[in-house]
Design a protein around this ligand. Structure first.
Ligand code: SAM
Length: 237
């Protein structure tokens, strides 16, 4: 299903190599994704080469850009069909990955893939702004990832409450404008985050990507995250 040569070529500039066992797990994931997608919509990208680059290489490139210590705790907010969280787990089974999404069906799919490759991971069926107020999730994670979930201003309020002090929130976007980042400065400050690194790169030709490394420099005040309607109506400034 996945194009191994294309995966290796795309990842070579990032210094990421995928061993046999990891490739087999990722390929099982890709097969189940295409199969399950016939029953309910998980992704618009199902052509093998497209999937290899836009879903799998896109997420695996993270390993060339971020150092994940052994057994690090990661929560993937708005994980959908598992990007990037499930790719991280299948490539590095030592990572303790929690998958959060407000759509139950998608989490059911993630559980099916985990069980097919005999790995564990917690799925949380909740909105981020609810889970972020619960003590078992609040400031418990070394890394919070989010790909294609919301604008940075609101995404920061969803994600930063999960990050432990000195941990990292990683925002993955295809095209994040400087204006969007500028608009989020006030929210980041209020929530205890600071952009430490802003990495712009090409995944392949004509596929720009932007990865923001937001360091949690101080605790998030207990009044955040606010309820969904509040976040939508008055984004933090
Ligand atoms: N991260 C995946 C990817 O890159 O393929 C999915 C992206 S999809 C466009 C956005 C996902 O975020 C959806 O599955 C949606 O249910 C979830 N989502 C959006 N807002 C959320 C929130 N506040 N709390 C939890 N999940 C949310």
């Amino acid at each position: 299903m996945l194009n191994r040569v294309l995966l290796e070529q795309t990842l070579a500039p990032f210094g990421v190599t995928v061993g046999e066992a990891a490739f087999a797990r990722l390929d099982t994931y890709a097969q189940l994704l295409v199969e399950t997608n016939k029953q309910f919509n998980l992704t618009a990208i199902t052509e093998p080469d497209d999937m290899t680059v836009k879903h799998f290489a896109d997420c695996l490139a993270l390993f060339g850009l971020v150092e994940f210590p052994e057994n690090a705790a990661v929560i993937d907010v708005g994980t959908g069909a598992g990007f990037p969280g499930l790719v991280l787990k299948l490539f590095r089974p030592d990572l303790q990955v929690t998958f959060l999404d407000s759509t139950k069906k998608k989490l059911g799919f993630i559980e099916d893939v985990l069980s097919a490759v005999q790995l564990n991971g917690e799925t949380v069926h909740m909105r981020a702004e609810e889970a972020g107020n619960l003590p078992q999730y609040r400031e418990r994670f070394d890394f919070v990832t989010a790909r294609a979930v919301s604008n940075l201003q609101n995404l920061s309020e969803y994600c930063l409450p999960f990050v432990r002090k000195n941990g990292l929130f990683l925002s993955m976007k295809s095209a994040e404008t400087d204006a969007e980042i500028q608009a989020a400065q006030g929210a980041l400050r209020l929530l205890g985050g600071k952009i430490e690194r802003d990495k712009q790169f090409l995944l392949v030709e004509n596929m720009p990507r932007r990865l923001l490394f937001v360091r949690k420099i101080s605790q998030t005040p207990s009044k955040y995250p606010r309820p969904s309607a509040k976040i939508a109506k008055s984004p933090l400034k």
